[in-house]
Every structure is written in C-alpha cells, then in structure tokens.
Design a protein around this ligand. Sequence first.
Ligand code: PRP
Length: 212
Amino acid sequence: MPHDPDLILIEHPVISHLLTVARDRKTSSSRFRAVLETIGELLAYEATRDLRLKTRDVQTPLEPFRGQALAGPITIVPILRAGLGLATPMLSLIPTARMGHIGMFRNEDSLQPEHYYEKLPPDVGAGPAILVDPMLATGGSAMAGASLLKQRGCRDIRFICLLAAPEGIDAMQRAHPDVPIYTAAIDRQLNDYGFICPGLGDAGDRIFGTTD
Ligand code: PRP
C-alpha cells in the first residue's frame, strides 16, 4: 500500500496496550477516561511534530540564550461531547493553546451530524487548529467540523482521532484533502448502524458513563 502522507497511523506499544484496554467492554468509565488521557498525550505529541516555531530570547542564569517558542495561536477544537476526552490531554501538552468547542451529534437514523453549539476564538484562523474526536466513523462529524473551521478562516487544520473506519477516512480525504488525519488505529469497517467494528462502542457514553 503506498504511503499516504495525510493519513498518519500512530503506532506505539503503549498505545496498542491502552487501546486494547479501551476496547474492553469491561473497562469502567473512570479507567476509560484515564486511558484516553494517556493516549491523547501520545497522539498530541506525534501530531504536533511539525508545528511552527518562532525565536524567543531568554536569559539563563548564566547568559542570554536564543531559543524557540511555539508560533501561535494554536487552538484545540474538540467535537462535543466525546472530543473532550482527547482535548484535555492535548491541552496538557500545549498549555498555551486555546480551546474552542464545536457541538455536534450524529442523528441515529440518518447518521448525519447535527450541529448544536459553537464557541471558537474569533481569530481561530490565525494559527493551527487541531480538531479532535475519538471516532471517525462515517466521517460526517469530522467533515462538518473541518468545514466550519474553514468558514471561520482556518487554513491549517489537522484532525486527531483514536479510531478511524476506512469509510470515514475515504469520505474525509475526499472532502478535505488538505486536512491530515492522525489516528491510533484503522478498524475493519462500519456496521449497519454506523458503528466502527471492532471499535470500542460509543465513545461519549464510555467517557461520561451514560448509555444514551
Ligand atoms: C460520535 C463520535 C463522533 C461521531 C462519529 O459522536 O464521537 O463525533 O459520532 O461518527 P461520524 O464519523 O459518523 O460522524 P455522537 O454522535 O455519539 O455524539 P457524542 O460525542 O455527543 O456522544
């Protein structure tokens, strides 16, 4: 299979171990959240390797030093609800980032995303936007999120998820070929209800302990 520079599968033994814990139906919500925190930091670490830097002059206790700082402003944008579980660890890695929120849920009959909330920094387009959602299933939510960010002026968007289905990857890449996808796993397929298989179930329910 040719290497696709815009589909980055982040492989790491710790991620493989923890992702299996996350998939286990017996894993509690508190453990699920903890696992997502650790995986989220590792994903963020890999997905931010190419962020731009600017020069920053500081004074060490001994002498002046010309160092670097992240060129901002960087905005982390979780797609509510489930995106929150990944966004918090990203913010731990990049504490100077801002957080913007997009509320979107998937209509269970049509599988189409329904947009119910938006709170983004007014200058969100002034720097990179990191769109996060644990699941890329049909791709509807991620595509709508990326479209919204583009409408708000974003030109540098990257999408980070935990699990991606081939159907969602394909749809997202067709709609937004300029948005790289970072994922911890590419699962087999969607089932008839639009769930990723083998998957981990409904990420939002598992994070927040609800059953819908
Ligand atoms: C899930 C998931 C994604 C979306 C993925 O959210 O967190 O946002 O579905 O599906 P798609 O790729 O087919 O759009 P859900 O609708 O369950 O909302 P929630 O995050 O509030 O639980």
